[in-house]
Design a protein around this ligand. Sequence first.
Ligand code: XMP
Length: 514
Amino acid sequence: LVLVVDFGAQYAQLIARRVREAKVYSEIVPHTMPVEEMLARNPQAIVLSGGPSSVYEPGAPALDPALVDGSVPVFGICYGFMAMAQALGGTVAHTGQREYGRTTVEVLEPGTILAALPDQLRSWMSHGDEVTAAPDGFTVNARSPRATVAAFENVERRLAGVQWHPEVMHSDHGQEILEHFLHEVAGCRPTWTMVNIVEEQVERIQQQIGPEGRAICGLSGGVDSAVAAALVQRAIGDRLTCVYVDHGLMRHGETEQIERDFVAATGADLVVVDAEKQFLEALAGVSEPEAKRKIIGREFIRVFEGAEADIVEREPGKVGFLVQGTLYPDVVESGGGAGASNIKSHHNVGGLPEDLQFELVEPLRTLFKDEVRLVGEQLGLPPEIVWRHPFPGPGLGIRIIGEVTRERLDILRAADAIARAELTAAGLDRDIWQFPVVLLADVRSVGVQGDGRTYGHPVVLRPVTSEDAMTADWARLPYDVLERISTRITNEVPEVNRVAVDITSKPPGTIEWE
Ligand code: XMP
């Protein structure tokens, strides 16, 4: 276990993933966690993340010197590097000069962390202060135009750090630098592999559910619940019953895909519940996004309780466990990880009702999305499921801005099916992370079609690229693809007379509109 100490949420997740790419399991902890508590978890190494730009900033998080006393290997990145330098008696000068963006780092002494790398490294920088003197006994490995000391190490004490961000793609050889630290300096063995993840999770699931327990799993149609279900299926076989709630908020053709592809791949026992009427009644008159999410989450669990009763009646034996495809970023974003703020209540984490009568089984709770896909491949799920774009639990309910009605859902479904079909036809599915289509149901605008005036609704295309949904950029779809989507939607969906493209990154926008 490697602990990534979070001094600023966005960096920590990326670092944790890179550590895992080095085949070493990692988890994120908040910088406010007392050092004794961190050490009690017996980490093989600790990585300090980036954070505020200056250790002199008012309220800048402090680093407890006990963390760097040599009892555990520590690697500092950016802010973590400066905090480490300060705690170890080096000099951090408050220069007020920022070095930001792509910078050339000059390797002075490769040592262990920069071993066998070029003399010059293009590196992503973002700092205000400057380490001007390394702590006693440390080798200065590199410098940059605005960082006299841009990297240092003391291999005997197993402490090292870099001023730049090796975890971002714009930094050359970043992964190698992290691996040099983890494998060579800290002595971590690269054993975190997909085979091990599957074996470990299967064992954990078996322990949690026991030899007699029965579980049900809600399939949402997405990769997360499919992989969670396939894992549990592998662990307990036909003591798992999968339930697919057709809440009426799914996209065109999705129900069939689950009934056909998922069942074919896993042989799972699947019950399909048609609950459209119940969901739409509960959502009637509701426009406020958080209210919609809570209602959908609540109804979802209610339907499960009904499904459970039916399943128990069918085959006696208590179903005590509910499988959910909650991912690590959901946990972190809901405040369960790094003290990050609660941005939206994800319905599979925050919106659970208090009278929940199941014990949760969440085999993906520690995994990032890309890891979940690899686990899915390992489990033999078909590529159409493993590589599916993420789709939110509340479905199209949060892609209709305004009240959710059957008629509006049909309009959005028709537009969405066109957008997805054209994306697939252009061969772009894997180039983008997600492609929500949003119906602005309360907005109308004037248009003209044939000889007639129209007064229809706009839809917004929201194609994004992302690595983890924590940050995202708007996807630069080719104009001809956008043109085909626009022409087809306005021709084939009579209620829609305008197609817009959302060109907001995240932050400041979120991927979904609600
Ligand atoms: P945002 O809109 O917060 O979305 O940028 C980040 C990612 O999460 C998905 N999403 C959800 N997934 N239940 C889910 O299972 C939810 O309530 C939910 N809300 C958003 C969203 O599609 C994107 O991939």
